[in-house]
Design a binder for this molecule. Structure first.
Ligand code: AVI
Length: 313
């Protein structure tokens, strides 16, 4: 079987505790639903990070202490909306830099290039589509210092060992003195976090169940979506939001591409996503464990979210 998606679905749905990876949420439909999530008032993460990048551009750039020109490399740039204010600040202040947005979606990069071209015609943009590490390896050879951006709180979707591995890989592909600006959602009143994921209009539920629709379409399965529900739970001690799909009855689902019929018990769970919330101490420890020095934590006014600036030492 050459298809990673099929292999991961086989592994996850035949495990004792069923699981599917949230990285598969983002087909075209899932990406659109995620846009809806980011526009929900309950999903405070987007606004909080937008506030940081809009209001504290100068602090971020001053803290870099870079000579010019330098590179800004954005991992998973998407539509570039998050970064616009930071780029605008730099362009308006005639700072000499190159912007290298990286995404796996050609479509997302095309939209971003078109939008930024219209709004910031003087921006020096070198978009890349493909694997982060291949591109970072090439960027490491650049004569100029680099700022890597890993925004949106995406690190929260990695379990702790995996988060450390990923950050160590970033580190390996950076030069001494390069910086990483990385977004973390911070532990806060549990009710606020609960409401961001258990939204009253069921948009996050649709986001999760879309994964079953994707399996139906791409792997020839016959999931009946109405026979599944969504549940999520925030544990304020560990900081983990865990999301699940719940089988509403005992049922069998055939998945042709993996040649399997999967049995579900009444109320059986499929774990789909971790969205970990961090304390500032945990962020400091994670920086240290992956060979970075934390320079500063930039916070929004409510202290809900931080873009943490780290240096490769
Ligand atoms: C992309 N990631 C940071 C989001 C999060 O908050 O974990 C994905 C998401 N899942 C449910 N709502 C949003």
């Amino acid at each position: 079987m050459t298809n990673n998606f099929a292999q991961d679905v086989l592994k996850g749905l035949t495990a004792k505790s069923k699981h599917l990876s949230s990285k598969y949420f983002y087909d075209d439909n899932g990406s659109r639903i995620f846009q809806e999530i980011m526009n929900m008032p309950e999903y405070y993460l987007t606004d909080a990070e937008f506030e940081i990048l809009s209001m504290q551009s100068k602090q971020i750039i001053d803290a870099l202490q870079f000579s010019t020109p330098f590179n800004i490399v954005e991992l998973g740039a998407g539509d570039g909306f998050k970064t616009f204010k930071l780029l605008e600040y730099l362009v308006n202040n005639d700072v000499d830099f190159n912007y290298m947005p990286i995404d796996i979606s050609q479509e997302a990069i095309d939209i971003l290039v078109e939008r930024l071209g219209e709004r910031l015609p003087n921006l020096n943009i070198r978009p890349k589509v493909g694997d982060y590490f291949e591109i970072l390896k090439v960027n490491k050879q650049s004569d100029f210092p680099s700022l890597l951006l890993f925004l949106g709180g995406n690190i929260g979707n990695y379990q702790s060992g995996k988060a450390r591995d990923l950050l160590n890989l970033f580190n390996d592909n950076m030069k001494i003195g390069d910086k990483l600006l990385i977004g973390f959602d911070i532990k806060k009143n549990p009710i606020i976090i609960h409401n961001a994921y258990y939204d009253e209009h069921g948009i996050t539920k649709r986001f999760n169940l879309n994964l079953l629709l994707r399996i139906n379409r791409e792997l020839g399965a016959d999931f009946k979506i109405d026979d599944f529900d969504f549940y999520c739970h925030y544990n304020p001690i560990t900081g983990d939001v865990k999301s699940y799909i719940v089988s509403l009855r005992k049922q069998s689902v055939e998945i042709k591409a993996i040649n399997k019929t999967i049995e579900f018990d009444y109320n059986e769970l499929i774990w789909t996503e971790l969205s970990k919330k961090y304390s500032l101490d945990e962020i400091r420890n994670l920086a240290k464990a992956s060979n970075f020095q934390l320079i500063t934590n930039l916070l929004d006014c409510k202290h809900y979210f931080t873009d943490s600036l780290w240096e490769k030492i």
